[in-house]
Design a protein around this ligand. Sequence first.
Ligand code: FIX
Ligand code: ZN
Length: 410
Amino acid sequence: MTSALRQTVSDVVQKTPVFDIHTHLYDPAFGNLLLWGIDELLTYHYLVAESLRWLDTPYDKFWAASKTEQADLIWDALFVKHSPVSEACRGVLTVLNQLGLDVKKRDLPSLRQWFSQQEPGAYITRICDLANVRKVAMTNSPFDDAERPVWERGFGRDPRFVAALRIDPLLCDWPNAAQRLAGWGYQVSVDFSGQTYAEIRRFLADWTKRIGAQYCMVSLPPDFAFPGESDMARIIEHAIMPHGREHGQAFALMIGVRRLVNPQLRLAGDSVGAADVGAVERLCAAFPDNKFLCTMLARENQHALCIAARKFRNLHVFGCWWFLNVPGLIEEITRMRLELIGLSVTPQHSDCRVLDQLTYKWAHSRPIIAKVLADKYEGLAAAGWEPTRAEIERDVHDLLGGAFEKFLGA
Ligand code: FIX
Ligand code: ZN
């Protein structure tokens, strides 16, 4: 039987609006860059990878097909010919169900028809309300040719969408990034001579200001090492760290992705590898006046990352990223984090690439967070400590973005 305490926790977790701290969604002013609708849901790269396991369509032929044709192939392979039990498949059904659509008819054309009648502005609000999100962090790359001109032109910001400055090419491909920076008028040399570090800082400062970046971020391979003589380590030490201190800006590291292990799968072709948590600890120790956000992709890294957070108060752990964003692992990881670091953590982010996914990602994560938290409170109750509703609301607010905001603001 559900105890009153469990019921309260579940209710509070459902009703507390979330700040989703990492997504690939865009402010509506970016037009077509903000993906939404049934064909985008079905062609999410998680589902592309799953469907191509069943299909014998050559990869080239799949990519040459239109988005609608790809969605048809995926629907048929994953929803019609087999039951859609994977987390990403279940997600599509949760979205449709939350929108009040009848999923059991298995009628893709009529679903398409419904989506074609939605007006984007109202639809965005409907999704944000259904997901109960109060703010969504975008991923904003000055190196992205589709995105950069929009920022350069300027636009009226939607306050629900906040910016995060994404700089992967700067750290992972310095020779090419140097050329691009030079083309944009920054006096950089590929060998780091002259004013290079100061000019990288000027680039970071210009973009931080232009987009109002809440934090600066990068995704890194499992072999990320620090300190070192790599381009990446040098740029972090001599440009990103001083920039972070000057602007009071946190640096988010997403570590453990092995890009394009199967290039034929394109965006769906990335994999995972265990990384060295020691590199994160050494960064936190070397730069106590900088703030670090960190999520790691490998399950094997999660325990050591929690311990690193116990040692360094300038480290905030977040999210069950990508291949970890499945119920069994979210529960395991959230439980471990609460048991080791308490509530100074952000258990989840959505990583949505399609607006509508906000509903499923949060509908799937919230009950797990509630369950783990309720277990913890029950443990306290057994020791005679009963949390009040106000205390539960405070704690849940922290877990759903409040602790992150405090960390950034501190
Ligand atoms: O690097 C990232 O931000 C990753 O989240 C993405 O690159 C990845 O493709 C993704 O969508 C994972 O959820
Ligand atoms: Zn992401």
